[in-house]
Design a protein around this ligand. Structure first.
Ligand SMILES: [Fe+2]
Length: 389
């Protein structure tokens, strides 16, 4: 019998397209229907609902597969739609949906996103109050973000097929059905091919970039810079001439968005433990090309740095480094004191929620019970001068 194993889940939103993925138990066909969202009114409450029969368009792939990836096109920017998936073969058929989805907004339009990582729960979950990753997925869903970033270690062992369901796609339902997600490689993914199979990032997939509203996002693969044979050190100097560094420079140089955010797994700045200082070789590139914010993980804490530039605190032009290792186990190795670069550091399960407008990035850190425990605002003036609140 044909069964739905994973998803559906959303990938790679643009202003006119969305990629829908799912996994079935057997090779089968792939079809996605896009439905118009109708605004309905019930008393004073407005709401959206999928219409019963208003199919705007349908997209399907040739041939059968178990991991399905269909890109639906000709959509409008910043619009809410609904979608349904359908697969069939000689043994049966599956259908799922309708689920809501929203296309990327235009430049100049506000949006929000969440950041967390470590859903793989390295060293075991505290299950006395439910798995941490499920609680964090639930909290993120409450904020209805336009997209979600995961900063690696979303599984315990990336080479184990079952791990992707156990730690990420399983607990991530239904959040991932309606929220496009991005991830980067952590050490626990171990460069496994399942990462390439389950995500629709642009090649070479372990690093990529995209625009959304007024933000340019760049994802790097820090496990490529810090191979496990030499961890926590780089195999050699990190700099131009390496494919990923050349990509980074070209990418940041050509990015025209108002804000630039970079994310990768190993933290160049964290006082909780597991700091990977060799990655500070990348910081002069971030500084030269106007990066505003860096997200890292690996250490299972929340930590926000002071704005940093040239290895010093700089509240004029610095870059804020945030470790968002929030959806995994409770830390057992926390170092006893902060470092000079630490502004706030709290070892609690959490998510980070960011609201991005043309002139402001509002950053909120929220715990597994939904309580705000840290926030900051970065404001950028017309001449690109920054202020931190
Ligand atoms: Fe890690």
């Amino acid at each position: 019998m044909l069964c739905l194993i994973k998803g559906p889940y959303l990938q790679w939103p643009t202003m006119d397209s969305m990629t829908v993925m799912w996994e079935t138990s057997q090779p089968s066909s792939s079809r996605v229907e896009v439905l118009a969202a109708e605004r309905i009114h019930s008393g004073y409450q407005g709401n959206y609902k999928p219409p019963e029969h208003r199919v705007l368009s349908a997209f399907e792939n040739d041939g059968d597969s178990t991991i399905h990836q269909v890109t639906v096109r000709n959509l409008e920017p910043g619009m809410i739609y609904f979608y349904k998936i359908h697969s069939e073969n000689a043994h049966g058929s599956i259908e799922s949906g309708p689920y809501p989805m929203k296309t990327a907004v235009r430049k100049g339009e506000p949006f929000s996103f969440t950041v967390t990582s470590e859903t793989g729960g390295f060293s075991g979950f505290d299950t006395s109050n439910g798995q941490i990753n499920i609680r964090i997925f639930d909290q993120m869903h409450r904020y209805r973000p336009d997209l979600a970033l995961f900063i690696g270690d979303i599984v315990n062992d990336g080479n184990q097929y079952e791990d992707w369901e156990t730690y990420f796609f399983g607990p991530g339902q239904p959040f991932l059905t309606s929220t496009p997600s991005y991830s980067c490689l952590g050490n626990h993914e171990d460069g496994a091919s399942w990462y390439d199979d389950f995500f629709a990032f642009s090649p070479p997939k372990n690093y990529y970039s995209f625009d959304y509203g007024d933000v340019h996002f760049t994802c790097l693969d820090s496990t490529d810079f810090i191979p496990k044979e030499s961890y926590p050190h780089s195999a050699g100097p990190i700099g131009p001439g390496q494919a990923q560094v050349d990509f980074l420079i070209r990418d940041l140089e050509s990015a025209s968005a108002r804000w630039k955010i970079v994310y990768f797994h190993y933290p160049p700045y964290v006082s909780g433990g597991y700091q990977v200082e060799d990655l500070r070789q990348l910081c002069p590139i971030f500084e030269q090309y106007g990066v505003d914010l860096v997200f890292n993980s690996h250490t299972i804490v929340y930590e926000r740095s002071h704005p940093l530039r040239e290895g010093k605190v700089d509240y004029q032009e610095g870059i804020v480094y945030i470790v968002a290792g929030g959806a995994g186990a409770m830390p057992e190795w926390l170092l006893p004191k902060r470092e000079w670069h630490t502004s706030q550091s709290v070892a609690v399960p959490h998510l980070v929620q960011v609201v991005a407008t043309t002139d402001h990035l509002k950053i909120n850190a929220i715990d597994a019970e939904g309580r705000l425990f840290d926030s900051m605002m970065i404001r950028k003036g017309p001449d690109d001068t920054k202020a931190f609140y």
